[in-house]
Design a protein around this ligand. Structure first.
Ligand code: HEC
Length: 97
């Protein structure tokens, strides 16, 4: 189990990872991630929120977190089209969200 400070740091890393390095802004990232906390935990193994846990999402195949009921589209993106969450693919996904 990790504490709230570590969870926030993980959240910041996630948001920063989605931004091109030149534009990375931790303060803005923390503010933006407030919207994500409603649905996504970044505490490893926590499953109480409606979205998939984002702990360790970098490098994970889309729609592959065990035990989460993803949409057919997300499962297909990962399983059939090979989408893996990287800084670049997260950036593209989040820019459209
Ligand atoms: C209203 C709830 C909600 C909010 C707010 C939300 N998400 Fe999600 N998110 C979901 C759900 C539900 C899914 C699964 C979608 C699917 O299966 O198609 C998801 C999927 C994802 C995935 C793919 C995870 C995987 O394992 O494939 C990422 C990455 C993600 N969200 C990031 C974010 C970020 C970053 C934010 C904030 C900017 C955010 N989400 C805000 C509900 C939410």
């Amino acid at each position: 189990m990790i504490g709230p400070a570590a969870a926030l740091a993980a959240a910041l890393l996630l948001v920063l990872a989605a931004l091109p390095a030149a534009r990375a802004d931790p303060v803005r990232g923390a503010r933006v991630f407030q919207r994500c906390y409603a649905c996504h935990s970044v505490v490893r193994g926590e499953v109480k929120l409606p979205g998939p846990n984002l702990s360790g999402v970098l490098g994970r195949r889309a729609g592959s977190l065990p035990g989460f009921r993803f949409s057919p589209a997300m499962i297909e993106a990962g399983a059939a089209r090979g989408l893996v969450w990287t800084r670049a693919t997260l950036d593209a996904f989040l820019a459209k969200a």
